[in-house]
Design a protein around this ligand. Structure first.
Ligand SMILES: *[C@@H]1O[C@H](CO)[C@@H](O)[C@H](O)[C@H]1NC(C)=O
Ligand SMILES: *[C@@H]1O[C@H](CO)[C@@H](O)[C@H](O)[C@H]1NC(C)=O
Length: 595
């Protein structure tokens, strides 16, 4: 086995380690995948707004799950109402009655005939003679003086078990059964199974969710089915959305976090007689310096079209355009630009580092490390290389190695605040809390005017449930950020989260998030936190709106899948409320009790 295999293994265990069953409001259990792109990991310390954990709800659910052991009787498979496994007769004497003959019978006779036909159906089913069983149920339906949901539901079980299965018929029979008795859990579950097989995932999810809620969340199999169908549904929808949607830059907060993860460099010197394109490049870099990203992107694009007259200038331009392409999710386009950039100027290590980012985003760790290797060949004393390699090691949970890289980066240049912060976080993650705290305190002292150490130290304190200290740090970060324009709103969102966890003050938390959104309407952390807050208060309508918004903002496939998971889980709950209005109150009560 090569070392690449272990790297791949570590990546996949990273991903599965971040999969958490998260209870959504009252009903659905969903899968949440943690940040895959490393700058997402870098923007959060502990759990919280950015990474989709329901606000403290998940642990409770685990306990609940353990408490209610699965009852052996209630497995997935269709279990019929009556089980008397007699030897089933292949053919039998009673003849199929015509419509007139049926009409001639008395109600009582029809009832008992239907019951005996149903019994024969059950026996045939037990003997796995599904087609014959279905015929008995059909006859029971015909003679029964009134429609009986169980006849339809049992026939549906036959359709599901036939070879090949007849899922359409099964679903139609369950429709009938549920028209007669909307709380008929077995029929719901059967219809869910049939609809899942037909890849009608939204409807299947609706039924599994109802099964879960009607069963008071004690049906483990249904809970697992909710997770499974949610995952299939959100994967499918994510692929559809990514294939069709127009690419655009992520939120200001996100883009500025990405750019500030590279040390600033001076503007390139123009040649003596600069071309139009050369001048456009300079304007683009100035727009970048002013955080006017959209403008900077179209300008750099234009400069390349106009033509840049010298190689290192062109390499800079391709580096910048490649970065924007990467940020809008066009990894292929980014790769082309960045590779051309390093061809023109091999010592432009920033482009190598970004090539590594592209490989990481594509889930290719071995190529990622090759690109870092290439970068160090060209300039072993560039601190950015070690910082970004540290980030990759960090998301691969290799905190000790990550810490080494952060340290190396600070040794080369100790003016970059993020190397210090990430070092402290890596120390925290590898279990060395005291060391981490000391690193943070040193960083706070060395960067008194920066909000980031305050903000991330606050996250760490929040993770330790030192709420008051955390809120103080967030307040200080907010104060520092308010002097900037536009401000980074993450500390505001964090403060809201802290107030909620500390005092269960949902209103104060919502105020913080709403303020954050007024400043940065595209702040994903604020949207995700608001959605969770609404959900936990049983305000499913608002939650759904927020989840839809989150889906619009989500950038990578993993984030999108995650947002869609919540969105569809909430839709299923809304449907439940619509279909079972009398149980709606109970549902939001459960939501609150779980929060
Ligand atoms: C970049 O330039 C190309 C060609 O002129 C154009 O089609 C594209 O829309 C531009 N992209 C941006 C973001 O300005
Ligand atoms: C290597 O990187 C450092 C830091 O960015 C820089 O000062 C130095 O000039 C670079 N060396 C070369 C050969 O490009």
């Amino acid at each position: 086995m090569s070392s690449d295999d272990t790297v791949v293994e570590r990546i996949s265990s990273f991903v599965s380690g971040n999969k958490r069953g998260v209870i959504i409001g009252a009903a659905a259990a969903a899968l949440a995948v943690g940040g895959v792109a490393y700058y997402v990991a870098s923007s959060r310390v502990g759990g919280g707004a950015g990474d989709e954990e329901s606000l403290g709800g998940a642990k409770k659910k685990d306990k609940k799950r353990k408490k209610h052991k699965r009852s052996a009787k209630d497995k997935d498979g269709p279990v019929l109402e009556e089980k008397k496994p007699k030897a089933a007769e292949e053919s039998d004497d009673d003849q199929v009655l015509t419509e007139e003959q049926i009409q001639a019978l008395e109600t009582g006779e029809r009832k008992s005939l239907a019951a005996s036909l149903k019994q024969k159906g059950n026996d045939a089913y037990q003997a796995r003679k599904f087609a014959i069983a279905a015929q008995y149920y059909t006859r029971a339906i015909a003679v029964s003086p009134q429609p009986e949901p169980v006849f339809y539901s049992n026939r549906a079980a036959c359709y599901v078990s036939m070879e090949p299965p007849q899922h359409e018929n099964a679903a139609a029979d369950c429709d009938e059964a549920l028209k007669l008795d909307s709380r008929y859990v077995k029929a719901l579950n059967r219809r869910a199974t049939a609809l899942e097989a037909l890849e009608r995932y939204e409807e299947s999810l609706r039924d599994y969710t109802a099964t879960t809620i009607l069963g008071n969340f004690q049906n483990e199999a249904a809970g697992r089915s909710v997770e499974r169908v949610l995952e299939k549904l959100s994967k499918k929808k994510a692929a559809e959305i990514l294939a069709t949607r127009e690419r655009r830059l992520p939120s200001h907060t996100f883009v500025s976090a990405y750019f500030s993860a590279f040390r600033p460099r001076p503007l390139p010197t123009l040649p003596e007689s600069p071309s139009i394109g050369d001048n456009t490049l300079i304007i683009s870099l100035e727009a970048l310096g002013a955080s006017d990203y959209a403008h900077s992107y179209s300008l750099v694009n234009e400069s390349i079209e106009q033509g840049i007259s010298w190689d290192s200038g062109r390499a800079e331009a391709l580096n910048l355009r490649g970065t924007f392409k990467f940020l809008i999710g066009d990894t292929d386009g980014a790769k082309v630009d960045l590779e051309e950039s390093v061809q023109l100027a091999p010592s432009l290590t920033q482009s190598w580092v970004k090539i590594a980012s592209v490989h990481m985003e594509r889930g290719d760790p071995s190529k990622t490390f090759e690109a870092f290797e290439e970068a160090t060949k060209h300039n072993a004393s560039d601190p950015d290389i070690y910082y970004h390699r540290g980030q990759v090691l960090f998301i691969m949970n290799d905190f000790d190695k990550a810490a080494e890289d952060y340290t190396k980066s600070t040794e080369l240049d100790d003016t970059f605040v993020f190397s210090h912060i990430q070092l402290a976080v890596a120390q925290y993650k590898s279990g060395d809390v005291a060391k981490s705290m000391a690193t943070f305190r040193r960083t706070l002292k060395a960067f008194p005017d920066r909000s980031e150490p305050q903000n991330y130290y606050g996250e760490l304190l929040l993770d330790q449930q030192r709420f008051q200290d955390a809120v103080e740090k967030f307040d200080r970060a907010i104060e520092l950020e308010r002097q900037k324009s536009p401000m980074n709103v993450l500390p505001l969102v964090n403060k809201g989260l802290a107030l909620f966890q500390w005092k269960q003050d949902a209103q104060a938390a919502e105020r913080c998030c709403n303020e954050a959104l007024r400043t940065d309407p595209e702040c994903e952390a604020a949207v995700a936190t608001l959605a969770q807050l609404s959900l936990q208060q049983g305000k499913i309508d608002t939650a759904v709106r927020m989840f839809e918004r989150h889906t619009e903002l989500a950038r990578s496939e993993a984030e999108l899948g995650n947002a869609l998971t919540y969105q569809y889980a909430s839709y299923a709950q809304l449907k439940f409320i619509e279909n079972y209005p009398d149980l709606a109150g109970q549902l939001s009560q459960m939501a609150r009790s779980m929060a």
